[in-house]
Design a binder for this molecule. Structure first.
Ligand SMILES: [Zn+2]
Length: 118
């Protein structure tokens, strides 16, 4: 199955397909939550948004800060609520109601291209 996506979007998330675009934007929001958590010197947990990218999904999940950091260290990885992974997502780990997924193909490329930690 071949995805019809341009090879590059010049780093602009607005050029991505809508579910992927949403996923990338939610990741940006979670990075802000992470930064706020840092300043508050919290309890070691973050409440972040599910990164599945579905337009209907407004779920939140609680994740340990170090687990969040582990996901963010790989640009093609995302955190989604259990049962929210899509076809083609490779599940790399799961814990307490959330799963870590790894994108492949065009999804992995655009995720790396828009890596907020780059
Ligand atoms: Zn979701």
């Amino acid at each position: 199955m071949q995805e019809q996506q341009p090879a590059t979007t010049n780093g602009d998330p607005a050029q991505e397909a809508p579910p992927r675009r949403r996923q990338l934007l939610i990741r940006e929001v979670n990075e802000q939550i992470r930064r706020i958590g840092d300043r508050r010197d919290g309890d070691g947990f973050l409440v972040v948004l599910c990164e599945c990218g579905s337009p209907e999904c407004t779920d939140r999940l609680t994740i340990r800060t170090e687990a969040y950091e582990a996901v963010r260290s790989a640009p093609a990885r995302f955190i989604v609520k259990e049962g929210h992974s899509s076809m083609g997502d490779h599940v790399v780990g799961s814990r307490d109601g959330y799963v870590m997924i790894q994108k492949s193909g065009a999804g992995a490329r655009s995720a790396a291209e828009h890596d907020p930690r780059r």
